[in-house]
Ligand binder design. Structure first.
Ligand SMILES: Cc1ncc(COP(=O)(O)O)c(C=O)c1O
Length: 349
């Protein structure tokens, strides 16, 4: 399969915006109509916020490339992985003509982003164990979807998809397979990012918002074939990743062991929380999780969520998702937050 053939016609032929900083990054910078004196409110201004950030994301791509042992040409940064989902739709899907496939229950943004672009969403079911179906659905064999969005570990349920199934799917599907690995730091063995080197239609998206603790910085990335990265680069806004975010992410990439420590702490709390939830009679199911949240089934979940909110504990009602009636998704908090959550839950049942 040649991924270029899958690119939307107007994007394949796009002559992109050429930024002032694509070629020159030093010298007397009189090319981008910036304020040469400084930035209002920033006395020291160590990041030189009066200057635009690097549109080619060079420092970020080099640093992440070293961390992942992946060539920088296979890496692309977005304003959260949500921006990358949006850009993939822009690059590959023609509004009112193309379609995407999702496997439910899954992350809600896939369908919302497709709707925003006027792209149809074809919905399929994950298996009872929340895994991919053994066979590619007939409709997808006929090339009726341009992109398939998979989520591993799966939000809102929790299990990772079996790696062999994902790769098998990517080999059979004649379109782009996007694997959203937002929670992969909690299940690193399930990652398929290395296989993007042998499967040009495989795109793995990830985020700094979860295990890395940088949700407020808004930064995600994808690992993909250099051709896909190239078209994402051409399509994005020129200066999408701002300098403060770039600094925060570069600092984080200098200290990946801190992320590993957070993962350990969160997983330990998750297991303690799961045991405590299993001990509550009214909780019918505690779904197994390989992420930083736990989904539970309990009768009257939507009303329960509201009663818990009145007690100051905010959890997410997921009952409207297919096959998830009467479920609540609980993010793993600190030990104190989890204790307060358990108290509020018991009092609200
Ligand atoms: C599966 C999944 N993908 C992507 C995101 C969004 O990530 P980001 O903060 O990088 O946009 C989330 C956020 O909850 C998520 O659950």
């Amino acid at each position: 399969m040649n991924v270029v053939d899958l690119i939307r016609d107007n994007i394949r032929g796009l002559s992109p915006y050429v930024s002032a900083r694509d070629k020159y990054i030093s010298g007397d910078l009189l090319d981008a109509n910036e304020n040469p004196f400084g930035s209002v409110g920033a006395k020291e201004n160590p990041l030189a916020l009066n200057r635009y950030p690097d549109p080619a994301q060079r420092a970020l791509r080099n640093s992440l490339g070293a961390y992942l042992d992946v060539d920088h040409a296979r890496l692309f940064f977005g304003v959260g992985s949500d921006e990358i989902i949006d850009l993939l739709l822009r690059v590959f899907c023609q509004p009112a003509r193309d379609a995407v496939a999702i496997f439910e229950p899954t992350y809600g943004m896939f369908r919302v982003a497709a709707d925003v672009h006027g792209v149809e969403t074809k919905r399929f079911d994950l298996s009872e164990e929340f895994q991919l179906p053994a066979e590619l659905p007939e409709e997808l064999k006929r090339g009726e979807a341009k992109l398939a969005f998979l989520c591993s570990p799966n939000n809102p349920v929790g299990p990772a998809l079996r790696k062999a199934d994902v790769l098998n799917f990517a080999r059979k599907f004649e379109g782009i397979v996007v694997v959203d690995e937002a929670y992969i730091d909690f299940a690193p063995d399930a990652s398929v990012y290395r296989e993007t080197a042998i499967l040009p239609n495989l795109v793995v998206t990830r985020t700094f918002s979860k295990a890395w603790g940088l949700a407020g910085a808004r930064c995600g990335y994808c690992v993909a074939d250099p051709v896909v990265v190239d078209f994402l680069m051409k399509t994005k806004a020129p200066y999408s990743i701002n300098k403060m975010t770039e600094r925060a992410v570069l600092d984080a990439l200098d200290r990946p062991e801190e992320k590993d420590e957070y993962v350990e702490r969160i997983v330990a709390e998750r297991e303690r929380l799961a045991a405590a939830l299993r001990a509550i009679d009214a909780i019918e199911t505690v779904f197994p999780s390989e992420a930083n949240f736990i989904l539970v089934r309990t009768p009257g979940a939507p009303a329960l969520q509201k009663r818990m909110a009145e007690r100051g504990v905010i959890v997410r009602d997921r009952s409207s998702q297919p096959r998830l009636e009467d479920t609540i998704r609980i993010s793993v908090g600190t030990a104190e937050e989890n204790d307060r959550m358990l108290e509020a839950l018991k009092a609200s049942l």
